[in-house]
Design a protein around this ligand. Structure first.
Ligand SMILES: N[C@@H](CCC(=O)N[C@@H](CS)C(=O)NCC(=O)O)C(=O)O
Length: 273
């Protein structure tokens, strides 16, 4: 083996070992974060001409609206009702825009219409510096899917016309409290007083924080609808969640959105019995 072959072999080994240990990638991410201030795993360019196809209520559209507002991305909405939805669904399915015949679906100037709320949130986060860091991707997915699980349990209570006021209290003081306990533990330590987040990546707000905020907010709103309790305080045993919730609500764009008339009202499909 001559010197050239030796040096070539050595560089190949070094190159391969840097890649398998994540060396150059980590170094690149670190550089990008330090020099360009870009966080997240795979940031993409800005998006524009956003239309959110969803119903007129909060539901699965609300975390998306919160992120859009926070990121300063302007958007319009379809605000479907039970009367306008059937025709829209037919059109969306026929054109291929509604991959699963459901909404939310996000229309932008740059890509095919995008279905699935979690995919939409990740897409928006990549365009607005709110994606999770590479090391946290799986954790972020798990937390976001956890919020989906909790909201579906809440959905079963809210959308069951047979559920009584007592059943709602039982849910809020039972299963919801158990799950809030899980989220209380998932809140990342080391936050500063005006942190506003960190269910995804420590030290910076990510799309996951919007899902957690929206999930807490939906339960707080349900608490206000329980008869006989002016305000059922679902956050009482959870100091970290309460701090997160109130801090996040004070992010300037979020605060402006929460108090605006653009925000759909929280409504119960069936009045409490
Ligand atoms: N996994 C989907 C679920 C979407 C979904 O269930 N959408 C409901 C509204 S929240 C819908 O479009 N319902 C009307 C229909 O299925 O015709 C997501 O997270 O986006």
């Amino acid at each position: 083996m001559n010197l050239v072959q030796f040096l070539l072999g050595l560089s190949l080994v070094l190159f391969a070992s840097l890649f398998t240990t994540g060396g150059p990638w980590s170094a690149f991410l670190c550089l990008r974060q330090t020099v360009l201030g870009q966080r997240g795993c795979t940031p993409t360019g800005a998006i524009g001409n956003v239309t959110l196809h969803y119903f007129a209520g909060r539901g699965r559209g609300e975390a998306i609206r919160l992120l859009l507002n926070d990121a300063g991305i302007s958007y319009v909405e379809t605000a479907f009702t039970k009367d306008t939805w059937p025709a829209a669904k037919e059109t969306g399915l026929a054109s291929g825009a509604y991959a699963f015949g459901q909404v939310p679906v996000l229309f932008t100037n740059s890509e095919q219409p995008l279905a699935q709320s979690q995919a939409i949130m990740r897409r928006l986060a990549r365009a607005s510096n709110m994606d999770c860091d590479c090391s946290d991707l799986s954790h972020c997915d798990a937390v976001a899917l956890g919020t989906e699980d909790l909201k579906s349990q809440m959905g079963r209570v809210v959308y069951d016309e047979k559920f009584t006021n007592e059943a709602r209290i039982a849910y809020l003081s039972g299963k919801a409290q158990t799950w809030f306990g899980y989220f209380e533990k998932l809140h990342q330590a080391g936050s500063t007083p005006n942190h506003h987040g960190y269910f995804g990546t420590k030290g910076h707000v990510t799309w996951v924080d919007f899902f957690v905020f929206d999930t807490i907010d939906a339960h707080v709103a349900l608490g206000t609808q329980v008869e006989g309790a002016d305000k059922y305080d679902v956050l009482a045993p959870f100091p970290k969640l309460r701090t997160f919730y109130s801090g996040f609500a004070q992010r300037p764009q979020i605060a402006a959105y929460l108090s605006s008339d653009r925000r759909p009202k929280f409504t119960l499909p069936y009045p409490p019995k």
